[in-house]
Design a protein around this ligand. Structure first.
Ligand SMILES: [Fe+2]
Length: 306
């Protein structure tokens, strides 16, 4: 199966400046190390926007330096935190469409990855203007029945969290009309800083946590409530029949152990059962890259571990 890595909402800042209690560069460095070590065989890494928190040029310079360590080729989308012109001035080789939007196609053996630019400069909601929609329409036409995997920052639908829903893609109906009847296998999205999966008008989608802070799951709140749930990236496996999305908690620094130390029958003797359980704990190991990744994530953000 073709392997892709999906990351989103990096919120890079200039050197020395944090973001809501996190250090975006250290978070991405940990992800890059994890990808290089564990998933260096991936075909592509795609990052779906909010590359920078406030679109400063120095943030893009930081990001470019950090991504230079990645051993897997990468593609980037823009989000509402980004500044298109400053981004393009730093990432001079980035692929853009015929009118300068950061939209591109990646051909893979499993189908076509279409990366869309939903940024409306200066606002937090997203939109696909006529020019961007026209580009998408042409790509869908040219691709015919080939499988399509869409990557973009703004979800084109509400997810049930009021604040995020007020900042989604504004002209979702136009997008839906273009996608109707096409072979769209999956949509990979950002913006919500939450793990969300489902389908929209029959198209499966996944949204990921950010590599920095997350929105809290408070469905009825219209306040921007944040939290430090663990960041992760997605490991995506694709072939002609399936799309599998694994959510990788790359900062997890707990045990990884052999399950086959557990007896395959129910143990009636409670003392023996306790001995088996203890042996599982002693057999546990901890991968070095996970330990280094965890070091970039404050203890308060990590998953509970006794
Ligand atoms: Fe974001």
């Amino acid at each position: 199966m073709l392997k892709l890595i999906h990351l989103t909402d990096l919120h890079f800042t200039p050197p020395g400046i944090g973001h809501l209690g996190c250090q975006p560069r250290r978070r991405l460095e940990a992800a890059v190390e994890s990808i290089n070590t564990e998933h260096g065989d991936a075909a592509w890494v795609v990052i779906t926007g909010d590359l920078a928190a406030l679109g400063q040029s120095a943030a893009y310079e930081e990001l470019k330096a950090c991504l230079a360590e990645l051993r897997v080729p990468y593609r980037l989308c823009l989000g509402n935190g980004d500044h298109r012109a400053r981004f393009r001035a730093v990432f001079r080789d980035v692929e853009v469409d015929d009118t300068g939007f950061v939209q591109s196609v990646v051909e893979t053996p499993a189908g076509r990855l279409l990366l869309l630019d939903t940024l409306v400069q200066g606002v937090h909601w997203g939109e696909l203007c006529e020019r961007r929609l026209a580009w998408l329409s042409r790509q869908l036409e040219q691709g015919g029945a080939a499988p399509v995997f869409l990557f973009m920052h703004h979800p084109p639908f509400p997810i049930g969290i009021k604040l995020i829903d007020s900042l989604s893609l504004k002209n979702a109906d136009r997008l839906a009309a273009l996608l109707d009847g096409r072979n769209i296998r999956h949509m990979f999205l950002g913006h919500a800083h939450r793990p969300v999966a489902g389908s929209w008008r029959g198209i499966p989608f996944t949204i990921l946590r950010s590599t920095v802070s997350q929105f809290a799951l408070r469905l009825d709140s219209d306040q921007p409530l944040r939290c430090y749930e663990s960041p992760f990236y997605a490991v995506v496996l694709i072939d002609e029949a399936e799309v599998i999305v694994h959510f990788h908690d790359y900062g997890y620094d707990g045990a990884v152990f052999q399950y086959d130390t557990v007896p395959n029958v129910v143990v009636d003797d409670e003392t023996r059962a306790a001995d088996f359980q203890q042996s599982m704990v002693s057999a546990a190991s901890r991968p070095a890259c996970a330990a280094r990744a965890a070091a970039a994530i404050p203890r308060s953000c990590r998953r509970g571990r006794r």
